[in-house]
Design a protein around this ligand. Structure first.
Ligand code: SAH
Length: 386
């Protein structure tokens, strides 16, 4: 047991493990993965490689989403929801995020106060500013700010832009219109206020453009190690055809394309696919092709229509794991290798069981800690066809 660095570590919903020594956090995560693979996956021998921990388990996040609200006295506040509630706990200096977040929030709240811009109220559905999304490119130092608003326009917009652009690295300022009464943070529409609508960042030697709606790994330092593991497990020699399912903005696809004959990416969010195509062009990668749609629809359709082939299939699904139709198609396509990147070890265990029953062997499992202080952990698994 250690003293948490953050004064609100206990009530805040973000960090579950800050009172635990970091080396012990890593052991906790390894045990959690192994336990799920045994209990849910029915695996007896787990080929677990040593967990890849972080050198500095603080200030590692490149993305933060701050809810904006009012306290009992009507004062504007921002911070994080207290665990299991929607009550905002004032905190502008989260130790997982970058130091720049604090000044950005100070300026946005000052602008709101000075111009009478109201915070959104979840209970009444009235008010304007709901959330502030901030992204920071660790390699490029570019900053993106996106205000999620219950409306389409901002009052005193130019004053906000002036205040934001005084900050070093400010590259993109956007609005996301979200008028729904929902817990979903981002709206579907993005309005550009300043800059190109995206920021740029690098992972390894690949450059990526990231827009407000696209998924991008939050821990860039560990992401490079995670993708390095995926690349190692994919065992590419340059002649392979690879399918990268749940590809987001093509991060893994473009990483692998440098060592493969052809990479096909599939992703459900159309904006992410636009980014993926742009990212491929930006990096002069011509052997990557992208499909918009659900993995469990695109892959079976392509297999039925075009008898598509794969040497390696990489999947990196959201927490709910892969759809069974997707797994069935993987079994039919029978690639020599499957690389499963997972952010939820219980659905991973379920899906590994299914692939194992379909003729695959789990060869290697490596955990990578992308989320120090939280109980989450990323896992990469290499499966090979019997
Ligand atoms: N591999 C990427 C993204 C992984 S996150 C990276 O490392 O950056 C999971 C992605 O799956 C998200 O981009 C999400 O939009 C997408 N997704 C969710 N459900 C999907 C589905 N049914 N079919 C395809 N993509 C899906």
């Amino acid at each position: 047991r250690v003293e948490p660095v953050c004064p609100v570590a206990r009530p805040c919903g973000g960090c579950q493990l800050q009172m635990l020594d970091y080396a012990e956090q890593l052991r906790f995560k390894e045990k959690k993965i192994a336990g799920n693979l045994q209990r849910i996956g029915g695996m007896t021998e787990i080929p677990l490689e040593p967990i890849v921990g972080m050198e500095n388990p603080f200030r590692y996040r490149n993305k933060a989403q701050f809810p904006i609200g009012q306290d009992r006295n009507g004062k504007l506040i921002t911070g994080f929801y207290a665990g299991r509630t929607h009550q905002i706990m004032e905190n502008r200096n989260c130790y997982l995020g970058v130091e720049q977040n604090e000044e950005i929030l100070n300026r946005i709240l000052a602008w709101m106060e000075e111009n009478g811009v109201p915070a959104y109220n979840e209970e009444t559905g009235k008010g304007l500013v709901r959330h502030v999304l901030i992204r920071f490119g660790f390699m490029t130092k570019e900053i993106m700010v996106c205000l999620v608003v219950n409306g389409k326009k901002l009052p005193a917009e130019e004053k906000l832009i002036k205040s934001m652009t005084e900050l070093e690295g400010m590259t993109s300022i956007t609005l996301s219109a979200n008028r729904e009464r929902t817990n979903v943070i981002m709206g579907k529409e993005i309005v550009n206020l300043y800059g190109p609508g995206y920021i740029t960042d690098n992972i390894g030697n690949v450059t990526y453009q990231i827009s407000p709606l696209s998924f991008y790994q939050v821990n860039p330092v560990q992401t490079e190690k995670l993708y390095g593991t995926a690349l190692e497990y994919a065992g590419l020699t340059g002649n392979e055809t690879v399918w990268d399912l749940y590809c987001g903005i093509g991060t893994i696809s473009l990483f692998l394309a440098q060592n493969a004959k052809k990479v096909y990416g599939v992703e459900i969010v159309p904006q992410a696919i636009e980014d993926a195509r742009r990212n491929a062009a930006l990096n002069h990668i011509t052997n990557a092709e992208f499909f918009t749609g659900k993995a469990e629809e695109v892959l079976p359709e392509q297999y039925a229509k075009n008898k598509v082939y794969a040497d390696v299939i990489v999947v990196d699904p959201p927490r709910k794991g892969c759809d069974q139709v997707c797994l069935d198609t993987i079994l039919k396509m029978a690639p020599k290798r499957v690389v499963y990147v997972s952010c939820d070890s219980s659905t991973l265990a379920r899906d590994l069981r299914y692939l194992a029953d379909g003729g695959y062997e789990v060869e290697k499992v490596r955990c990578c800690d992308m989320f120090g202080q939280s109980c989450h952990v990323e896992t990469v698994v290499f499966l090979s066809k019997h």
